[in-house]
Design a binder for this molecule. Structure first.
Ligand SMILES: C[S@@+](CC[C@H](N)C(=O)[O-])C[C@H]1O[C@@H](n2cnc3c(N)ncnc32)[C@H](O)[C@@H]1O
Length: 275
């Protein structure tokens, strides 16, 4: 058994270039506790195996791996999602899609058939299911490994009975029409130099051809065929993609473009048919 006190945490922090705050978050993951509980403890007791695990985590963190990938969990819209090497870690800016969805569907008892395209962890569609008790959602991803994570998250949230999982190259295996389509597709241009945590996300979740527009191209060619009249499409976009996406959007009406907290055009909402 090892007793970790402040001085020991501080020296490990300096040795690995990991802040004490991050150390406590990693320890909370190991001890199945919380950061705030551990921060109050004078000594954190670890079994030898837990200490070895902690040192492994510190090494990974000092190599730049995000805490979410190390602990295999990430909070999104107040909900904890499992994530792993096969899924993009949910990003705070994607929460904008949920805010927009709530703005467009004000009543939480609305009956909605939703399609989450490129679901990854399932964070967008599953958050919608947890907010809208009468909604159902089809989750699509080309990666069966990512889909397995979305299914686990659906089970954890207790919304399996309203979730359907379809491994598909965009709309290929999808049928039917939806009230709303939500998507945060890959939109990074091939060759773009990734930084920080994105280096640990799967490439298939990030890159979309030379200009980063390939996913939008395919999605906009077919989206209206899968939307009921007046249905809405909520898309996350990259920092310079608003006009390029707009150029692809024929037969669909732009309702709004919304900026993220950094002032970057981050989400677009469209409606099928005339509004
Ligand atoms: C940017 S990630 C978004 C994940 C999740 N929706 C989120 O917002 O955190 C894009 C997702 O699209 C999936 N994807 C990539 N190409 C695809 C394709 N051709 N058809 C369906 N899904 C695809 C990736 O596997 C990945 O999970």
């Amino acid at each position: 058994m090892i007793g970790l006190e402040d001085a020991h945490l501080l020296s490990l922090s300096q040795e690995h270039g990991v802040s004490v705050r991050e150390e406590l978050i990693l320890l909370a993951g190991i001890k199945k506790s919380t950061y705030s509980m551990l921060a109050l403890e004078k000594t954190i007791h670890l079994h030898d195996s837990e200490f070895e695990r902690f040192k492994g985590f510190l090494k990974r963190r000092s190599n730049g791996e995000p805490i979410a990938k190390i602990l295999q969990k990430k909070e999104f819209y107040g909900i904890e999602f499992i994530t792993n090497e096969n899924t993009l870690d949910p990003r705070p800016e994607t929460e904008l899609i949920i805010d927009l969805f709530r703005k467009h569907y004000v009543f939480s008892d609305t009956q909605l058939a939703v399609l989450d395209l490129g679901c990854g962890t399932g964070c967008i569609g599953l958050t919608i299911l947890s907010l809208y008790k009468n909604a159902i959602c089809d989750f699509v991803d080309i990666s069966s490994n990512a889909m397995a994570v979305a299914e686990k998250n659906s089970t954890n949230l207790g919304v399996c009975d309203r979730s359907r999982f379809i491994v598909s190259d965009w709309f290929t295996n999808v049928s039917g029409r939806y009230d709303a389509i939500v998507s945060n597709p890959p939109y990074v241009a091939v060759g773009f130099e990734l930084t920080d945590g994105a280096l640990f996300d799967p490439e298939i979740a990030l890159f979309a051809g030379d200009g980063g527009m390939n996913s939008f191209d395919v999605i906009f060619k077919s989206a209206t065929s899968f939307m009921k009249t007046g249905a809405k499409l909520f898309m996350e976009i990259g920092f310079d993609q608003k006009d390029k996406v707009l150029a692809l959007a024929s037969g669909i009406t732009l309702l709004e473009v919304v900026d993220d907290l950094a002032g970057i055009h981050r989400a677009m909402v469209f409606a099928s048919g005339s509004v």
